[in-house]
Design a protein around this ligand. Structure first.
Ligand code: SDX
Length: 394
């Protein structure tokens, strides 16, 4: 057994594989991390705990949690010379390009992570990557707005430390509101894994050649960037802004999204697996409804999102195709209320998804060893034909 279901001995490996990390029932709208329904993480959400659960297969005992948290604190800094890379990017550089480049660049500074001999090596590499990805994201943001980098503060936990690096000023430390801390913990953990989605399959594919963890996750960032995948949370905000600015009404936008020739889609709606509500969308809608009023934020885009949802869920086009809101429909509205700029939304998705990528990379290396992923094709090209010298062509 290679971990892949062989379609036919002649075809070798196909695109489906076995995994024990995340379970989805698309018909019923069920999502479980190592068997635990995601709804059970809603009270006192803790992204670091979920990262450990996905990667190591169980919720961390107190000692494991402390060791992992200490590892995250100890590895938050980047090698100082990595700053030169940030300064080499134009301020307008897309943060996802910087994120992918800098995760790959990390492997140049940590050759010790090229060969992970045992679980301790792996835990160190996983902690280092999960910790540093915050620093990379924050530095990319600071560089884009011409502000000095803010070093990680070892006294702060995962999410408050990220917000500190994003929003503190040299002499005015950002204070993390517990409500915002919990909301961002929940957003990150809801993005943490989703079985064989496009970016996770990319990480598994690249990792199957025994490429190192950093290179495999850098490839995952590139796959996530697309607007049909992780880039949808930015596209949702652009869609809502278009309607908010009066360029089009919600009703007309939905009409456009139903017209296949328009190439327009109702962003944040639909899913390859869910034929019911994406359970993450339901939870994020609750966060949006609770957090914004508590922060004193009234975002007209939330009202527009609600209106679009109402129209679509009553429309036979969406009902017949079982198209419901997905994880991206509300996430951007919450991130905006927290102060995260729109061009950083997909980066937030990547920070959340990183533990899932790492878990799948490790599961694959443990279960398939040297079996490289090699999907086969159904050849549709010409039958055998002869080469024609250039002088005799067309
Ligand atoms: C994520 O795989 C994962 O798990 C991904 C993810 C994760 O956690 O990793 O959940 C994260 O990527 C969520 C999806 C984010 N993307 C978007 O919100 C973009 C908008 N959604 C669509 O592009 C689409 O729904 C997809 C890409 C999400 C899924 O596309 P599928 O399964 O390939 O569906 P399809 O394109 O074959 O559509 C089936 C029909 C088509 O119409 P008909 O050919 O039957 O006439 O449904 C229509 C589509 O035109 N359709 C939509 C639509 N989504 C599908 N029509 C209008 N608006 C939409 N959003």
């Amino acid at each position: 057994k290679t971990g892949y279901i062989t379609l036919d001995p002649g075809y070798g490996n196909t695109g489906s594989c076995e995994s024990a990390i995340t379970f989805i029932d698309g018909e019923k709208g069920i999502l479980r991390y190592r068997g635990i329904p995601i709804e059970q993480f809603e009270q006192a959400p803790n992204f670091v705990e979920v990262a450990w659960l996905l990667i190591f297969g169980h919720l961390p005992c107190p000692d494991e949690y402390k060791t992992f948290s200490d590892d995250l604190t100890a590895t938050a800094n980047l090698d100082e010379s990595m700053k030169h890379h940030f300064e080499g990017f134009p301020r307008s550089a897309p943060p996802m390009a910087i994120l992918s480049a800098m995760i790959n660049a990390l492997s140049c500074f940590h050759p010790e992570f090229f060969e992970l001999e045992d679980k301790d090596d792996f835990r160190e590499a996983a902690a280092g990557l999960i910790s540093k990805v915050r620093t990379i994201a924050a530095y990319a943001y600071r560089q884009s707005i011409g502000l000095p980098y803010i070093y990680p503060n070892p006294a702060l936990r995962y999410v408050p430390n990220f917000l500190h690096m994003m929003f503190s000023q040299p002499y005015a430390e950002h204070v993390c509101d517990p409500l915002v801390r919990d909301a961002l913990n929940l957003i990150l953990l809801l993005h943490a894994d989703h079985e064989q989605n496009c970016s996770t399959s990319t990480v598994r594919m690249v990792g199957s050649s025994q490429a190192n963890l950093f290179a495999s996750c850098a490839a995952g960032v590139c796959a996530l960037w697309g607007p049909l995948h992780g880039g949808a949370n930015v596209a949702v905000l652009e869609m809502l802004e278009q309607i908010h600015q009066g360029q089009i009404s919600p009703e007309d936008y939905v009409r456009l999204a139903k017209d296949r020739d328009s190439k327009v889609r109702l962003m944040g709606f639909g899913h390859r697996v869910y034929r019911n509500f994406d359970p993450r969308a339901k939870m994020l809608a609750r966060v949006a409804d609770n957090l914004l009023p508590t922060l004193g934020v009234h975002d007209p885009l939330l009202d527009i999102a609600r209106k679009l949802e109402e129209i679509a869920l009553e429309d036979p086009y969406f009902i017949d195709r079982q198209l419901y809101p997905n994880v991206d429909f509300y996430s951007g509205i919450i991130l905006r209320a927290i102060g995260i700029p729109t061009n950083m939304f997909t980066v937030m998705f990547a920070i959340g998804r990183l533990p899932g990528w790492i878990a799948h990379w490790w599961e694959q290396s443990e279960t398939q060893g040297t079996k490289i992923a090699r999907p086969r094709q159904i050849y549709m090209g010409p039958n055998e034909t002869d080469h024609v010298p250039r002088g005799e062509r067309c």
